[in-house]
Write a protein that binds this ligand. Structure first.
Ligand SMILES: [Zn+2]
Length: 237
């Protein structure tokens, strides 16, 4: 069985989405089996670089000094996104209903990865990831490729007034037809990415609602105690 639920198909890039794994404890245990298997398929000897994930929109650049040789690097504090042009690095983001956003900058060449739940989207994390990649590695947004992970989709993402208020200015983002409002995080991210200059046809959306498919994906809303995490990975091939 493949470790991956989805693989990225971009030339020069390795990575994808691993369902139902977990985040290894800081400084502690080894990555669990499915994550380990996915990393092995990306090529032995990579540094595994993680973000602290604080539901913000800051992005860190991962340099060669920070990632030397195989093994886990302590998570970069205070950020939810990472960009790098260093070969031999595997960037990792852990999600359970939140969205993971992959970025490929063929001109760098460079790759990026970010975590965005509703708070990250309210802070325009998709746009921040695009701008951070261009700031660090030059070029324009028209050449980028972006992919959006399975997440809790509009079918299941029932929200309160605070979340509605963050997104009601975006056409189609909020559905008020039912008893509780629903928010479409994919719609929000698409809008923010295109506003940042990424052409719509260069944005891929992986199918799957985490809450609808708990046998495939970790979903916090399905079971906050035992859900574990899905893992998004990317590196230069
Ligand atoms: Zn659903």
């Amino acid at each position: 069985m493949s470790a991956w639920e989805h693989r990225l198909s971009w030339p020069g890039v390795a990575g994808g989405f691993v369902g139902r794994s977990r985040r290894p404890r800081p400084g502690g245990d080894d990555p669990p089996d499915r994550l380990q298997a996915a990393l092995a398929e990306m090529g032995a000897g990579r540094s595994l670089v993680e973000a602290e994930q604080v539901h913000g929109a800051k992005v860190a650049r991962v340099t060669a000094d920070m990632a030397r040789g195989a093994g886990r690097v302590p998570a970069l504090p205070g950020v939810d996104g990472l960009v790098t042009d260093v070969p031999g690095v595997a960037l990792a983001i852990y999600v359970a209903d939140c969205l993971a956003i992959w970025l490929h900058h063929p001109g760098g060449p460079a790759v990026g990865l970010a975590h965005a739940g509703w708070r990250g989207l309210a802070a325009d994390m998709p746009g921040s990831l695009v701008r951070a990649a261009l700031r660090a590695h030059g070029g324009g947004p028209e050449g980028l490729r972006v992919a959006l992970s399975p997440c809790i989709r509009a079918c299941c993402f029932e929200v309160g007034d605070d979340v509605v208020a963050a997104f009601e200015h975006i056409p189609g983002a909020v559905d008020r037809s039912g008893e509780l409002a629903h928010v479409d995080m994919i719609r929000v991210a698409m809008r923010q990415l295109t506003e940042a200059g990424v052409p719509g046809e260069r944005i891929e959306v992986m199918d799957g609602c985490t809450r609808c498919e708990p046998e495939r994906y970790a979903s916090y809303r399905w079971d906050p105690e035992r859900c574990g995490r899905n893992v998004a990975l990317i590196g230069l091939a």
